[in-house]
Design a protein around this ligand. Structure first.
Ligand code: NCD
Length: 298
């Protein structure tokens, strides 16, 4: 069973992932993880720290083995095609986790592979395992989604994490405010889709103001996806979460971030009790264990 796009999931599927991740959390806490056989291949054609290492760590904790494909030292360098590369790795592994800069690459890989393919991010399109762990984090930290005021802040045009998350939050009925500098707004088709599908009532702003927010979810300016690098540089300087923005916010407001954070969250903010992004990153383990196990069950 593949995991390619969050848009293909239904509420009951997501709830099943939550339940499975919770079970994994229990097994980890008891240091008694039910073991699985098999090999997970990680194929990252773009940089990664959390997604790759947490999938690898999740596989190892499940008792599985990991083989890591490295584009730079592979036969891609000799000109081998994407298709042949995927078909080959498919013969060596039971699950394939892939990240690639091209939108639609994970889906394409799933057409060439018999093993389940898990999308670790395809260009600016989708990042379903991140959204599953983000929603799981919100459920653990905040409980109910209904009535939760969430702000998505940053480069909403290029960030796949935000696109997947907007869909997930709308599915569960959270109130979402989209905060982006002009020119980096969420793609209109993504906005229309959640309005139509879930009746999402969204707010839009170019200004940072955290009043009334229960959750502020920030992402970095996705410099590598800009055609004009100079524009990316200037945006980076403009859109940062200054510590003074946290004055007067709700006491229990939390700040999440898929990481890596660059200039948008200065290090002083890390010390604030609102900052919960490293706890969020830790939830990648139980959720990705759940994702691998579910994929293998088919
Ligand atoms: C994100 C990604 O790769 O989309 N990181 C992640 O997977 N945790 C966010 C980013 O690169 O900005």
């Amino acid at each position: 069973m593949d995991l390619i796009s969050f848009r293909e999931l239904e509420k009951k599927d997501v709830e099943d992932y939550f339940q499975r991740a919770e079970e994994m959390d229990h097994q980890l806490a008891r240091k008694k993880v039910e073991k699985l056989d098999g090999i997970v291949a990680t194929m990252f054609f773009e940089p990664s720290t959390r997604t790759k290492l947490s999938f690898q760590s999740a596989a190892e904790r499940l008792g599985m083995q990991v083989v890591d494909f490295l584009g730079e030292t592979s036969s891609l360098k000799k000109g081998e095609s994407f298709e042949d590369t995927i078909r080959t790795v498919d013969g060596y592994a039971d699950v394939i986790v892939i990240r690639h800069p091209m939108e639609g690459s994970a889906r394409l890989a799933s057409e060439f592979a018999k093993a389940p393919v898990l999308n670790g991010g395809d260009g600016g399109n989708q990042h379903p395992s991140q959204t599953l762990l983000d929603l799981y984090t919100l459920k653990k930290m905040k409980g109910e989604f209904k009535g939760m005021n969430v702000q998505l802040v940053g480069d909403l045009k290029h960030a796949r994490t935000m696109r997947s998350l907007l869909f997930g939050l709308s599915m569960f009925g959270a109130n979402v405010k989209l905060v982006a500098p002009r020119g980096l707004e969420m793609a209109p088709e993504a906005v229309e889709e959640v309005k139509k599908k879930f009746g999402a009532k969204l707010e839009f702003s170019e200004e940072i103001d955290f009043a009334g927010a229960d959750v502020v979810y920030v992402c970095r300016i996705q410099e590598e996806r800009f055609e004009d690098k100079y524009e990316a540089m200037s945006m980076k300087k403009k859109f940062t979460i200054k510590p003074e923005y946290l004055r007067g916010v709700k006491n229990d407001m939390i700040i999440l971030h898929p990481l890596p954070k660059i200039d948008e969250i200065p290090p002083e903010v890390d010390k604030s009790p609102h900052a919960r992004y490293f706890d969020q990153a830790r939830n990648g383990i139980p959720m990705r264990m759940a994702i691998i196990k579910k994929a293998l069950e088919g």
